[in-house]
Design a protein around this ligand. Sequence first.
Ligand code: NAP
Length: 683
Amino acid sequence: MKLANLVMDQWVDGTGEGRLLTSAVDGEPVAAISSSGIDFADVLEHARKVGGPALRAMTFHQRGEMLKALAKDLQEHKKAFYALSTRTGATRADSWIDIDGGISTLFVFSSKSRREMPNDTVYLDGPPEVLSREGTFLGQHIYTSKLGAAVHINAFNFPVWGMLEKLAPALIAGVPAIVKPASSTAYLTEIVVRRMMKSGILPPGSVQLILGGVGDLFDHLSCQDTVAFTGSKATAEKLQRHPRVIAESVSFTAETDSLNASILGPDAIPGTPEFDLYVKEVVREMTSKAGQKCTAIRRIVAPAAIAGELVAALSTALGEISIGNPANKDVGMGALASLGQRDEVRERMGELAGEAAVVYGGKENFDVVDADARKGAFFMPTLLHCEKPLASTAVHSVEAFGPVSTVLPYDSLDEAVELARLGEGSLAGSVFTNDNTTARELILGTAAYHGRMLVINRHCAAESTGHGSPLPHLVHGGPGRAGGGEEMGGIRGVKHYMQRTAIQGSPETLTAIGHRWTRGADQRDPGVHPFRKTFEQLELGDTFTSEPREVSLSDIEHFAEFTGDRFYAHTDEEAAAKNPFFEGRVAHGYLIVSFAAGMFVDPDFGPVLANYGIDDLRFLTPLNYGDTMKVRLTCKQKTLRGDSGYGEVRWDTEITNQDGDVVALYDVLTMVATDAHWASVAG
Ligand code: NAP
């Protein structure tokens, strides 16, 4: 029954009997856990000395491939996770959010890292900053992996997703993790970690698992470690004030309680699609995971004129939800995570009832399907109605972490905004309206108090991911009471585990450090046209310089006729001269870019496979007819695409006129065959 901890790549039993974990559904024992006897200084050292170097030896793309393989493996074995998840009180739909939601987070981070990050170990933050007149001294912000461990402390409500949403960005960043799940549902996290280890996909030391307390781990943290915490505000504050966290300025991200508001717009009266969508969403948010979602709608902010009708509609819909054994497919809402949690929610509901009337639920005795109500942590969905919400405090500050929400009526949009702000910082907020002017007013009035907000109307509802679903692409976190942290948000989440450093130096040095050719660094004529070189043969700085070409008036007229772009600046001398930017007719920008392609392309069959776009195109000096243009193409950045047989090559492209003035700047993007692929096709 006793589950082992994963420390230093070994499954190690904690000493003593440990803490007994019981099923949320029937109170039967599930497992015991103990982390007593573990040397936490060694755990941190193992992550730093073994896990970190192994992960940092891989590129972002290799780490992305690793996450993809891991996600696939977990997907193949998820049946066992689903079976155990029931014991946490979760229905199949709840488990889907936790298990499939967690796995899909791995997939998203895998794909984003490979698409949006270089196949390298250093991530460049923006373009170089020119710091000198001659351009010999520049600045460049870079991100590199922190050299410590990521300590992940998770809440009990999402034992799988909670772990994976933190693990994915940390591993992409090249930082090993020490995972400490909340005790009550740690048995589910444990089988997932066991599977992850069995897959053999992760390098040694990259993940460790602590079941139970973290002992003196915090006493050994250093400035290279990161803590990402999810749980109550009280615990977050305690840990954030740990002397070592303060002394070492340990990076600390907190996701805490949140009294999330959802506002029904004044236009969304009964009979409109938005009203119906609102009722459906509030009920879903109240009952999914039995309301144990940090993002769930706790405050239902609705026009006073229709509050009565809303309460009636919500009560009817809540009455249709059957509560009971989550393994029974007819059950719509399972149990809270533990009996302790049930008592806690009861107590909080009592505090809310001091300011608001219970209008649905709130009973201790109610029908439970296929389970013993006395043994399981079942709780009846409960709706409250607070008549004077602006004069109340508990409804904006007491979080009953279960299926409990309060209707807060408002008389004007300003009041709705004020009510939403009274939550003092939330993870998620939403607005249901089909009036975009109302949407803008409500969003601009409340966004500063929220980490994520969604606006739902009849046009997007069917495809909406819902009020309470954090997405790997978007930030999850919120100001104030919500902890002030931020997780996920695509590559933003990866950067939380990396250090941003401003590097200053010469263009050549910055090119060598960042593996991106920097303007001002050497440009070499490789002796052959760079389009004759394979991906491996190309070197940053390889440059092709064209012969000059004159652009005639007939070229411009021909282009205007041929493309249909007869804009006056190219076709009407007098009108063009009145334009503040031109002295007369000028060449089309796209003519210049088209001519440039004709001037730099090496036409014969070769390793360059395709041009897939242009980035950052800017026209800087007009080209008048009679002017000559010249193009210079420099190999700027190379990104190998796994074992696809090609890599992406970015070419810095500069077009100048006869006086050396820069006419246009842009990056040409090509795919170039690797040696192996080129050998196989070129024979
Ligand atoms: P909690 O008591 O703060 O526990 C959260 C985590 O902190 C658990 O893993 C817990 O471990 C651990 N912990 C507690 N004391 C600790 C200490 N002294 N040192 C190190 N770790 C410690 O929160 P809870 O009441 O179980 O969780 C519910 C709360 O989490 C709700 O308020 C909810 O709003 C919030 N939550 C927030 C989010 C979010 O994303 N923002 C998500 C889910 C939940 P043990 O279980 O072993 O005590």
